[in-house]
Design a protein around this ligand. Structure first.
Ligand code: ARG
Ligand code: ZN
Length: 881
């Protein structure tokens, strides 16, 4: 494991490299324990001022076997090699020279899953961000672009498949049962996009013909026997390729495109040039083993990695501070793709839910950082919801401000001007300033300033004069290292909803610029005066979540209820209803904490009944509307002194109140929505299932109400319905005989299928209450669990810490103690996964005092462990700071 040097990397320290590597030739002699890597580099001095500068190559735990310069072995004094660095002092005076480096690595021993490793007998690589230096010494930084030619040699019986980036050029047999293949990638790329795969896998093939009639051979490689489960991923890939041509005019640029699914993978997937490598969870799906949510994720991630070919690979990042340049933009592109393939309103709500669940707590806690950070200790800890999801929101705001046409013109200019570059956020913003003539300097703060801004709005209406005044004020809370905030440019989409539910039209407005329904908040305060507003309107604010902010509005519950029924903007309707629900749960939790009885009123149950049965609304939308804010959502709204038990009880109370008021309606609708057609994963069918499963949850909320869920479990024709029924049983009736039977049945059916068993772990890890800890602890000894596999760890431990508010935050602190033990165990093998897991404690300061003290103890115990990896040390120290 790498030692922590405590080094901090700063954006302002960026300087270009003294050397370039125009050509890279790699030869891998693959062996499970002793793989030899010969790297032949053509190195070029960047300019004369670099003459005499030593060449310093990055390494990470490397073992140097041989070193040659221009074909001659280098003398001992000419260089210095440590596992983490190769320095060459004596260099020829010519501007170009050839360096040949031989290293030896052990793929089987690599449990960090960075660099070259083996997963279920398959050799695979992960090089982003700094994994290439675990394979060979290199200028392992994204602004060093090189043309690669790769030769792979391996045992033919166990590794008949040999893949790397680019196009295949040569292959053949060798003595001793070995064989080889040569791959050539004509597109210059940074080392983090290098990949190889060697193994014995099944394949699904297809072809895509690009808009200029180039034929591309497509291959998706999966574990043998699982080929039929790759069909949906292939379909999603072809749709992604088509969409990028149609929407952005972007075409694929190689003869082949390969995707490989591996079962041990630190993240979702990786966009290596022409050879995307995926966590198999995001490739494999069929109706019996995958849920509708899995299908949607596969579609989105296949698209995301494919879209990186332009936003990430053809135009890459100058340095890792610019990570959002490729990630935020590519998330935006995959969001748009899914919106076009499915339902825009539903997709937008799902995005905002994810943003609020993951990015808001990050932005409002100790790990807050700007979308483009200025410093880091461990770059792997910056693959965050802020860089990805908020990064996408920032791109969306650019489009909102510029309009769709100018946005597209800006993107065109970006591709034209920067193709082949390692670019920066400044480069990106400049193209939009140029095409629109707008000044985006204030807007750029979205990249540079951390924290979630708040906008407060006060309205006063004068019926006699027809005047409406909005007093708008922005503020941004302090975040670590940034106590004073500058004023942001916030595009606030809004509507003034009249008594008939339609948007009112004003005569004149002063005090702020309004364009196409978007009010531009740029000053601390805006006093906005509308005329011609004869009746008091309801304010529909931040429509479509036009800006990633929090809103403070003094609003009567009746107005919210009105908007929940009538707002012409579907997103705002959802937002209004969610706000009502959240307030009701918060109010009830206060009552329960004070030992009083909780009251929920009639408005919310009635609204739920109206929305559930409104055929004008898509089923998927109705399901989202009926989904109460999660316990974590409510905790975030409360913000301080959180008691998870009170929140759970209050939320359950509201579920029961809604169910009690709508029992017959929900039951009839549940029956009516039963699937008669064979399964298809399309959005409309998935929507029907999601509404029906949402109703099942309500219908199963009463004491002893296990019958429907048990029957649905038994009769389920697909994994969506089966796992939903199991989840309802476990969440609502953990101790019922029906629940025990369903859990046992699931294990019998799917015990051999690790990906499906992840659902079984996940569902049990989420079961509320103090007893959850013992369940989870016992499950860590289940034969299907493995501390070495990231998917298993995330399913069981990740779910427990992020989705089980009452179990994890047990009042006696035992949840935290168990969690710290596991984090430290995971760290022994895989620091990156351990560090990610440890962020589960980032909101510890908002807990009530007793829990807060226990959470802190657990964090301190991790922090005081000797030889902590840089990854985990960075997270715990920032969390405690
Ligand atoms: N670039 C990959 C993706 O789009 C993620 C890589 C994350 N790598 C890491 N070491 N954290 O989404
Ligand atoms: Zn990405």
């Amino acid at each position: 494991m790498r030692t922590d040097t405590g080094q901090v990397f700063r954006l302002e320290d960026y300087r270009r490299s003294d050397y370039r590597i125009p050509e890279t030739r790699l030869a891998f002699d693959l062996d499970p324990e002793q793989t030899t890597v010969v790297s032949e580099l053509v190195i070029e001095r960047a300019d004369d001022s670099a003459a005499g500068a030593p060449l310093v190559l990055d390494g990470d735990g490397l073992d140097l076997v041989a070193l040659e310069l221009n074909g001659e072995a280098l003398g001992e004094n000419a260089f210095e090699a440590t596992p983490d660095r190769l320095t060459i002092h004596a260099l020829p005076t010519d501007s170009t020279f050839r360096l040949t480096i031989t290293t030896r690595v052990n793929p089987s021993a690599n449990q960090a899953l960075m660099g070259l490793y083996r997963s279920s007998g398959v050799y695979t690589t992960q090089c982003e961000a700094e994994g290439f230096r675990r394979i060979t010494y290199y200028l392992d930084r994204p602004d060093i672009l090189s043309v690669y030619r790769v030769r792979l040699e391996a045992d033919k019986a166990t590794a008949p498949l040999l893949l790397s980036n680019g196009n295949p050029v040569e292959a053949g047999d060798l003595p001793g049962g070995r064989h080889f293949a040569v791959w050539d990638d004509p597109h210059p790329k940074p080392s983090y996009l290098f990949a190889l795969v060697a193994g014995d896998l099944g394949v699904v093939t297809d072809e895509f013909v690009t808009m200029s009639s180039r034929r591309v051979a497509l291959g998706i490689h999966v574990e043998k026997g699982k080929e039929p489960r790759a069909a949906y991923a292939m379909d999603a890939l072809k749709r992604s390729m088509k969409w990028d041509e149609e929407v952005f005019g972007l075409e694929y640029d190689l003869d082949v495109f390969n995707i490989v699914a591996v079962s041990d993978f630190n993240m979702g997937a990786m966009e290596n040039k022409g050879l995307n490598i995926f966590n198999d969870k995001y490739v494999l799906a069929d109706e019996e083993t995958a849920t509708d949510a899995d299908f949607a994720n596969i579609e989105a991630i296949i698209a995301h990695e494919y879209f990186h070919n332009w936003t990430g690979n053809r135009i890459t990042c100058r340095d890792w501070f610019q990570l959002c340049l490729k990630e935020g933009l590519t998330v935006f592109r995959d969001h748009e793709f899914s919106a076009d393939q499915r339902s825009r309103a539903v997709k937008r709500i799902a995005e905002v839910r994810t943003l609020k669940a993951h990015q808001f707590p990050e932005d409002q806690g100790p790990l807050a950082h700007p979308v483009r950070p200025r410093r880091y200790r461990e770059i792997n800890n910056f693959y965050t919801a802020t860089v990805y999801e908020k990064g996408s929101e920032v791109v969306r705001m650019i489009r909102t401000i510029l309009g769709a046409e100018a946005f597209r013109a800006g993107m065109d200019l970006y591709f034209e001007r920067h193709d082949g570059d390692a670019a920066t956020i400044e480069d990106f913003l400049t193209v939009f300033e140029e095409v629109s003539g707008r000044d985006l300097s204030q807007f750029a703060l979205w990249y540079h300033q951390a924290g979630t801004p708040n906008v407060s709005v006060k309205a006063s209406h004068n019926a006699a004069t027809g005047e409406l005044v909005l007093d708008i004020e922005q503020s941004s809370p302090p975040t670590p290292g940034e106590s004073r905030k500058r004023l942001m440019h916030i595009p606030l989409a809004f509507g003034l909803v009249g008594p008939d539910g339609r948007d009112m039209v004003w005569e004149s407005v002063e005090g702020a610029t309004i364009e196409h329904g978007v009010l531009h908040v740029r000053k601390r305060k805006h006093h906005v005066r509308f005329t011609g507003i004869s009746e008091r309107p309801r304010l529909s604010l931040n429509r479509g979540f036009s800006a990633p902010i929090t809103l403070s509005v003094e609003e009567k519950p009746e107005d919210r209820a009105f908007l929940a029924r009538h707002d012409g903007d579907l997103f705002s309707r959802w937002q209004a209803l969610g706000g009502l629900m959240s307030d009701a749960i918060i109010e009830a939790s206060k009552h329960l904490r004070d030992g009083r009885k909780a009251e929920y009123g009639r408005e919310i149950p009635e609204l739920c009944g109206v929305i559930a049965t409104d055929d004008r609304l898509e089923e998927a939308y109705r399901a989202l509307a009926l989904a109460l804010p999660s316990e974590a959502d409510v905790a975030r709204e409360i913000g301080a002194n959180i008691d998870p038990d009170a929140i759970l009880a209050a939320r359950n109370g509201l579920v029961e109140a809604i169910a009690a008021a709508n029992g017959d309606t929900f039951a009839a609708l549940y029956d009516q929505l039963a699937d008669s057609e064979p399964f298809t994963p399309d959005a409309a069918s998935a929507g029907r299932r999601s509404l029906r499963n949402m109703l099942l949850d309500y219908l199963s909320s009463g004491p002893g109400a296990t019958g429907r869920a048990a029957a649905q479990y038994r009769d389920a024709g697909n994994m969506t319905d089966r796992s939903a029924a199991l989840s309802v049983l476990v969440m609502r009736h953990p101790d019922a005989a029906d629940t025990k039977a369903a859990l046992a049945d699931f294990e019998t059916r799917f015990g051999d299928d690790a990906l499906v068993m992840d659902k079984w772990f996940q569902i049990q890890a989420a079961a509320p209450g103090a007893g959850a800890l013992e369940t989870v602890r016992t499950l860590t000894t289940h034969p299907g669990f493995s501390i070495a596999n990231p998917n298993r760890v995330r399913s069981l431990i990740g779910t427990f810490s992020s989705a089980n508010q009452t179990g994890f935050h047990r009042a006696d602190g035992e949840g935290y103690r168990f969690f710290a033990d596991i984090v430290l165990q995971v760290e022994q093998r895989n620091p990156q996964v351990a560090a990610r897991l440890a962020t589960g404690l980032r909101s510890w300061r908002s807990l009530e005092p007793k829990r807060k003290a226990r959470a802190r103890e657990a964090l301190l115990r991790i922090a005081s462990t000797e030889n902590l990896s840089p990854d985990l040390r960075d997270i715990v120290e920032r969390t405690l700071a």
